[in-house]
Design a protein. Sequence first.
Length: 327
Amino acid sequence: MKNKLNSIVLCISLIVISLVFILISSYFKKDNEIVEKETQVFDNSRPIVVSINNHHSAWPHSGLQDAYLCYELIAEGGITRILAFYKNTNTSKIGSVRSVRHYFLDYVLENDAILVHYGFSPQAKKDIKSLNINNINGLYDSKTFYRDKTLNRKLEHTAFTNIDRIKEGIKRNNYRTTSDVKLLNYAKNIVLNDYNSIEANMVKIEYSNYQTTSYFYDSENKVYKLYMNNQIQKDLVSQKEYTVKNIITYQIKNVNLNDSKGRQNLENIGEGYGYYITNGKATKIKWIKKSRKDKTEYYRIDGSPLLINEGNTWINIQPKNKTLKIE
């Protein structure tokens, strides 16, 4: 009888231990709760990237909501510019379009995109040629761009384009239109809910005294509303508020080139840490970029590749030693 009782106690103990192990394991796996891995399948159409003006006098922007990926990068004078990437859209108005800087090209290369811009810095002009970057430049191609003279803006803030015009420009230049490059890995229902995650109902990213970009979480629609300098950003054409599903942010040292314009260099080759933010939560991540042409690789802190939610993504590359608030 005693042996039988001991056997029952042992069995119960083993069951309890197993249940505890399962609970602990599931807790530590909650960093990314995935219903189905890598579900967002992009076709092999080659991305188009447009250099978007972010001078405050050029607000509101046009066409950013249709971009599946945007980078915000520092330029001279504390101003930022936005690289907006498009695939399979028919966006009717994109802009305003401005010039590019040489380090912008690194993100064109890593996405294997066709660059659309209106001018360039001396360094970017040289690199576009040496790196053989397929591009459509408003300085030389008036058919792809037009001036919206109805806007109460300086001329430099009035250059626009659209997807149809860009496609015609691509045909004229006989650029390749397919690509197998995929920068980010997508999944459904990513929930950041592990011991590394923190609340992220508000994200505030300081670029300079001139520019601060903020995101405020809309829990009902599970997206972030985009603010710049405390001003909600709306589309010029639709008047709808811009929203973002995924945010990636990290800091990189920028160096003044000491030219007459105060242009910058971005020391973006190497590795570092940042945050992935979605659905009201943030978790720490690691990034690695081995060369200008190599893709930036993103990892969770445990070393596994970063998976992000389906939807549009903004990558905010912030200058070092600027304030980042996540609350």
